[in-house]
Every structure is written in structure tokens, then in C-alpha cells.
Design a protein around this ligand. Structure first.
Ligand code: PA5
Length: 460
């Protein structure tokens, strides 16, 4: 994977916008302190996700499960939300053929179908259960805390559905991925001898895709999980560099922070040029948003920090959001992601009646057109004074996707240090949780203790 970052600088843009190149030297000087802080926090256990780059035993355990028990099912149903679901969606999108669940058994090499329910919307859950045969499903309930309302509500619905079809055998269709010691899910597993996998204690939800959270469902559908982990190892190795310029995730974080802090570029767009990374962009959005959007800094002072991440897909979004990126406010950095070898290409055929205006298309391939569109959009943005970087992947393999995942996790960890915030907590979601509990009648959470203004009065 290569990070191309020249288009962050004024001299590569319109000469007026972008970071002055001298800023890089300043960032390099400050990076020593950032690297030291990250190392220290890592030493005290805060950056637990680094450990996901070397976990041979876990990979072995998951593979054994997937190749043994896992083979008995033709559908895997994942219940989870946020960091317990988005990474798995990204892996499925990037590393399995499109429309996986619609393919025949042969086309899926007899690996199971995979449905990920990450909402409590009855219009998704109801139809999913009507499509799936409870006798042939393995349900993977994923919750690090083991008590998330959405996931637990899904569990109760699915448990009743399983029991209706299978009676007491329902527990054999369940596997929980949760904290090794704490939480309601762990308690239920112990009480009913349900198979469990551990989320490592120092790894938070949105940093957990390379833990059993994402690895189990990935292995069950035939994704090379050892490849994912080895790719992650490559990213961690490169993040060891002392020099900012030699440390891709640290450089990515530093440039994005500088663009935000110095130039007000607080919208950070991730725009892969392939449909296969659409869900990857959604995963990145949660990682960047929930990690960096904070009211308080590390010392407890109000900062209201946080860039706004936006997902886009090329070339589709050239006909949607790119007009805004090109001519709207100078408040964005676009991160393109390109893939050198997509693994498949489609030639554009000629036709005798083709009007001359379209004659330039035949003789090329769709892959060539897609790449030309990326190159043209990146160049056009630069000419308009808009900052961008490009992450160039050689291919969409387990190793390159694992490397890209770890790259963004490392970048987010570094960005936390640049912004001065804790990238591993999410205190901002607590109030809405308490209000939900109150609305659902959970003891101890009355509307009085969780007062919030009603908006019913001003509605038309
Ligand atoms: O990143 C996070 O920590 C969150 O998005 C969690 O993943 C999400 O809230 C789900 O939590 P849990 O896995 O505890 O059910």
C-alpha cells in the first residue's frame, strides 16, 4: 500500500490553497512527542488493537471452529451494531464476490451465506427471518459490553425464533463474541453452555474487526483470516518508523489534523474507486467520527473537536457529491483509494451505429475508464485548490485489506494524539442511551432523571 500525499501542499494545488510545504517540517518536529505519547499509552494498554497484528493462536482457534462446526450451517447470521458489525460488512464487501447471498452454493464454494443485522428496524429483521431457515443457521451474537440494547433485543427475538423451530437444540446454533469476563452475554453463555469467543479486553468496538468480532464471520464465509492478520502486521511494522515521512498512518493523521487545525478543512472524505470498498468507507466513517468527535480534551478542557467523515464511491459520486467537493467551501480533504488490479475487467465493445461522440469508449475497458475517472477527478480537484491524498492498494486481497484496516486504525490512534482527545471512548452516546432506557421503562431511568426538551410543540 502506498500513500501519495503531495496534493496536500500549495505548490501541487493552485498555489493559494493547501498546506505550505514548510508545514511538513514543523509536523515532523512535533511528531517526536506524538510518537512518544502513543508509545507510552500503548505501554499502559490503551492501544490494544496493535496486538491484533500478531495473534496466531486466535487465528488457529477460529479456523478450527469454522472448518469444523461452522461447516454444518449454510447461513451465518450476525447480530451486532457499530463496531460489532461495520467491520464484518466491510470484509464481506471487499473480499467476497458481490451479491454473495444471491449466489448458488457452487458459486460460493459451499461457504454459507452471511446476513448482518445491525439495526432494530423491524422491516429488516422480519424479512431476514422469513428468508433464513432456522435449522441451517449459525447465529453469531457480537457485543463487547454484552448489554447493548439493540443487539440484546435482536438476540431475544432471534432466540425465540430459533426455539420455536428447534426447541432446546437452539443453543447449539448460537455463538457469542463478547468480553472474556464481564457482561450479560457472558453470563448467559456460562449459564447455558453456549460457545463463546473473546473480544480482547484492550480492544474497543470500532477497533475490533481484526479480532474474533470480524475474524469468525470472515472465516466462516471462506475469507483468508491469516492473510488479514499478516497484512495488519505490515501496517504495524511501518508505523514503527521514527520519521513522520516514513510512517504512513502517522503522516495521514498529521496532515489531516493540520488541514483541519490550520485551514479549517474539517470534512474528511474517503472515496474508494471501487464498489467493493463501499462498506469499507462506512466502517472508516464510524472509526474516524466516534474516535475523534469529542467535547473534552485529554485534560478535561472543552474542545468540541472532531472532523466530519464522509463516505463516497468513485465514479458514482462524481455525479453526486463531487460538484460540492470541487466548488463548495474549502473545508475538505479527500482520501482516494485506488486498486491497481481489481481482479476482473470488462471490455467496452464497439457498435457500427455508434455516433462519433461515443467512439472514444470502445477499445477500452471499464477498469480503464474507472481509473481514468479517478486520475481526472484527483487532478481537477488539485487544479481547483482542493487537498487530497491517495491510498493505492495493489489488489483486493485479504492481506491488502488487512493492511488498509490496520492503517486506518493506526491513523485514528495517531489522530487522537494530534487532536489531544481520547480516541477510544464515546461518552457522547450515553445521554441518548439513558433516554432510550427511560422511554422503554428500564428501572432507575425515569424521564425525570434524564430530562430533555420535547420538540413536539414546534411541529407542523
Ligand atoms: O466502537 C464502539 O465502541 C461502539 O461503536 C460499539 O462497537 C457499539 O456501541 C456496540 O457495542 P457492543 O459491542 O458493546 O455491543
Amino acid at each position: 500500500m502506498r500513500l501519495m500525499y503531495g496534493r496536500m501542499f500549495q505548490d501541487a494545488l493552485d498555489g493559494e490553497h493547501g498546506l505550505p510545504r514548510t508545514r511538513l517540517a514543523e509536523l515532523e518536529r512535533r511528531f517526536r512527542a506524538v510518537q512518544a505519547e502513543v508509545r507510552e499509552r500503548r505501554g499502559s494498554g490503551e492501544y490494544g488493537f496493535y496486538g491484533l497484528a500478531s495473534q496466531d493462536d486466535v487465528v488457529r482457534q477460529i479456523r478450527t471452529f469454522a472448518e469444523g462446526v461452522g461447516q454444518a450451517y449454510d447461513h451465518v447470521l450476525v447480530l451486532g451494531i457499530g463496531g460489532s458489525a461495520l467491520g464484518t460488512k466491510a470484509l464481506l464487501g471487499a473480499l467476497r464476490p458481490p451479491a454473495w447471498n444471491e449466489l448458488s452454493d457452487e458459486a460460493r464454494d459451499f461457504f454459507p451465506r452471511l446476513t448482518i443485522l445491525d439495526n432494530v428496524d423491524p422491516t429488516s429483521v422480519g424479512p431476514a427471518l422469513r428468508r433464513i431457515d432456522p435449522r441451517r443457521v449459525l447465529v453469531n451474537v457480537i457485543s463487547k459490553s454484552g448489554g447493548t440494547a439493540e443487539t440484546m433485543a435482536q438476540y431475544l427475538v432471534i432466540r425465540a425464533w430459533l426455539e420455536q423451530a428447534l426447541g432446546t437444540a437452539a443453543t447449539r446454533h448460537l455463538v457469542f463474541t463478547t468480553d472474556p469476563a464481564r457482561g450479560a452475554l457472558r453470563e448467559l453463555a456460562a449459564r447455558e453452555s453456549i460457545a463463546t469467543l473473546d473480544v480482547p479486553p484492550g480492544v474497543g468496538g470500532r477497533y475490533s474487526v481484526l479480532s474474533p468480532v470480524g475474524l469468525l464471520p470472515a472465516a466462516l464465509v471462506g475469507i483468508d483470516i491469516a492473510g488479514l492478520v499478516s497484512g495488519a502486521g505490515r501496517a504495524v511494522e511501518r508505523a514503527d518508523a521514527e520519521e513522520l515521512r516514513a510512517n504512513p498512518p502517522a503522516l495521514y493523521a498529521a496532515l489531516h489534523w493540520a488541514a483541519d487545525a490550520q485551514l479549517g478543512a474539517r470534512v474528511h472524505v474517503l472515496m474508494p474507486y471501487t464498489d467493493r470498498l463501499r462498506e469499507f468507507a462506512e466502517w472508516y466513517r464510524q472509526l474516524w467520527a466516534e474516535s475523534l468527535g469529542k467535547r473534552l480534551d485529554r485534560r478535561g478542557a472543552p474542545v468540541f473537536a472532531g472532523p466530519t467523515p464522509v463516505g463516497a464511491v468513485g465514479a458514482t459520486d462524481q455525479h453526486s457529491q463531487v460538484q460540492l467537493f470541487m466548488e463548495g467551501p474549502f473545508d475538505k480533504v479527500v482520501s482516494f483509494v485506488t486498486v491497481d488490479r481489481l481482479g476482473e475487467d470488462v471490455p467496452i465493445p464497439a457498435r457500427p451505429e455508434l455516433p462519433p461522440d461515443l467512439a472514444y469508449l470502445p477499445g477500452h475497458t471499464l477498469g480503464e475508464l474507472l481509473h481514468a475517472e479517478y486520475a481526472a477527478t484527483a487532478a481537477a480537484l488539485a487544479r481547483m485548490g482542493r487537498m487530497s491524498v491517495t491510498l493505492r492498494l495493489a489488489e483486493l486481497s485479504a492481506a491488502s485489506v488487512g493492511e488498509a484496516i490496520m492503517f486506518f486504525q493506526l491513523a485514528t490512534g495517531y489522530a487522537g494524539a494530534w487532536y489531544g482527545v481520547d480516541p477510544f471512548d464515546q461518552p457522547g452516546v450515553e445521554l441518548a442511551k439513558r433516554l432510550t432506557y427511560a422511554a422503554m421503562g428500564r428501572p432507575g431511568f425515569t424521564p425525570e432523571t434524564t430530562r430533555a426538551p420535547a420538540d413536539e410543540a414546534d411541529a407542523v
